[in-house]
Design a protein around this ligand. Structure first.
Ligand code: 6GU
Length: 225
């Protein structure tokens, strides 16, 4: 997979991709992530990328021309499965969306800033808009990092244990059951007996039971879906 990300603050996106599993996925050539600085497409001597909004109102808007030039240049090189705009005024990212996007070959992600981008960019180029939750961030960069993490870990070969992505919370609309490791007893706190029993059908049954219990308590909305 190849992911291009257009951003006003590409440095903000460097660190999340230089560690752990996402780093290993790049080292193994399972994914390449390329950051593009929107400022390089800015207009005039000041490399202007934003301006006041028509009709008045507080906050700057990212201009159509720099973004359009950047996207057009990238589109000459690659055919994108999706051109994604990260914005709080969109549908919230779910595991289902991450699963679908993990099958893509080329993704282009545009991150917004300030009051967002000129609507005409959204109308002309964007094929998918994604929010990561009902709160506002200063920019779309951290949201893009979240999206990339959710996608990349699903690419076959990225996670060592092939089954672990499938047993995550949310893959079956259930939260994960509690987990324990050694010691079996710590300061009088004991690990549930069933997990030490070696009776695997029973252990599975317990885990499913616990997953439902947790989901019912914390996220009952998931059970209604
Ligand atoms: Cl994608 N962008 C911004 N700026 N804020 C957000 C978001 C995205 N998703 C949730 N809040």
């Amino acid at each position: 997979m190849h992911i291009d990300i257009i951003s006003v603050s590409p440095d903000l996106l460097k660190s999340p991709f230089e560690h752990s599993i996402i780093k290993r996925a790049q080292d193994k050539d399972l994914v390449t992530i390329e950051l593009h600085d929107l400022r390089e497409f800015g207009i005039g001597n000041y490399r202007q990328i934003d301006d006041y909004q028509f009709g008045g109102g507080a906050g700057m808007v990212l201009m159509i021309e720099p973004i359009s030039n950047c996207i057009e240049k990238l589109m000459q090189k690659r055919n994108y499965d999706e051109i994604i705009y990260m914005t709080p005024d969109a549908k919230t990212l779910t595991q289902v969306t991450a699963n679908k996007l993990s099958l893509a070959k080329n993704l282009l992600i545009l991150t917004g800033h300030y009051k967002g981008v000129d609507q005409r960019i959204r109308d002309k180029y964007i094929t998918k808009e994604i929010s990561i939750g009902d709160y506002v961030l200063t920019g779309g960069e951290l949201a893009a990092a979240v999206l990339c993490d959710a996608i990349v870990r699903l690419i076959p070969g990225v996670l060592g244990d092939e089954t672990s992505a499938l047993t995550d919370s949310f893959q079956d609309n259930l939260l994960s059951p509690p987990v324990y490791t050694r010691p079996a007893e710590y300061m009088g706190m004991k690990v549930p007996e069933v997990l030490l029993s070696g009776n695997f059908p029973k252990i599975e049954e317990w885990r499913t039971e616990q997953a439902y219990k947790r989901t019912k308590e914390i996220r009952p909305d998931l059970l209604n879906d």
